[in-house]
Design a protein around this ligand. Structure first.
Ligand code: IPE
Ligand code: IPE
Ligand code: MG
Length: 241
């Protein structure tokens, strides 16, 4: 499929529907999560083909800790396995991995896997893959506010100097462009605490496909839909040019 410009610089993906996919195939939920790895690879391939620079995957929310222990354990195991198995391919493809979210709640084993994949892929220059892990937007904002309040209390930051740039710089996503396009699979149309600040002017796309069935062609379709959107950023007429 030929894609028309413009290409989004940053695509953020809410990978939803693994559980329903498993149910439909008579499998355990954990198998649905395992089936969600290949679509991540496909998304990265397609993103690189189009020249997308950042892809963020919502992989585990702070709220997801409330799921049954067996499912949470399976997700942690999958995370550690994938970090080990995917690193060589990511390095070959020039993909840099960056983690957002509060990693202090993870076990030592998971934390060291995350540190390792970030360090091992730090030289990647073609695309940045951002993994949102133990992430929620409200928690990210809470942590940022704590940090800024600490700076202010210590006399290093004047409260009136806190502007939007300052807040953005205190978020986990500091230094990254805001997402241009947010894709959520499985037909659900909500953000579920994902990038609330950063997605202020993002375009949204909600395909019905369940995440394990997402393909490169689905990604191409999302970019074709994005290319037809008219992003106005609150402006009209000649002020937009
Ligand atoms: C998304 O799939 C993956 C995670 C939240 C980790 P779900 O597990 O939410 O799948 P459904 O929504 O139950 O189908
Ligand atoms: C959002 O999906 C979180 C991830 C995809 C990691 P959920 O399935 O947890 O969200 P809700 O519960 O449907 O809002
Ligand atoms: Mg879900």
């Amino acid at each position: 499929m030929s894609i028309v410009e413009p290409i989004p610089q940053h695509v953020a993906v809410i990978m939803d529907g693994n559980g329903r996919w498993a149910e439909r195939h008579g499998r355990e939920r954990a198998e649905g999560h395992a089936a969600g790895i290949e679509p991540m690879r496909a998304t990265l391939r397609a993103a690189q083909r189009h020249g997308v620079k950042y892809v963020t995957f919502y992989a585990f929310s702070t709220e997801n800790w409330g799921r049954p222990a067996a499912e949470v354990d399976a997700l942690m195991e999958l995370l550690c396995c994938c970090v080990a198995s995917e690193t060589p391919d990511l390095q070959r493809q020039g993909v840099r991995v960056r983690i957002i979210g509060d990693r202090s709640r993870f076990s030592e084993k998971v934390r060291s896997s995350l540190d390792r994949i970030e360090a091992d892929t730090a030289a990647g220059e073609t695309l940045t893959m951002v993994l949102a892990l133990n992430y929620s937007s409200r928690d990210e904002l809470r942590r940022a506010v704590c940090r800024l309040a600490g700076e202010a209390a210590a006399g290093r930051l004047a409260p009136e100097a806190i502007d939007e740039r300052c807040i953005a710089a205190a978020l986990d996503t500091h230094g990254m462009p805001d997402p241009d396009l947010v894709i959520r699979t499985s037909g659900e149309q909500r953000l579920s605490n994902f990038l609330l600040w950063q997605a202020a002017y993002a375009e949204f796309y909600f395909p019905e496909v369940l995440w394990p069935d997402f393909t490169e062609e689905e990604f191409d379709r999302a970019l074709a839909v994005y290319a037809r959107r008219d992003r106005r950023f609150g402006l009209v007429g000649e002020t937009r040019r």
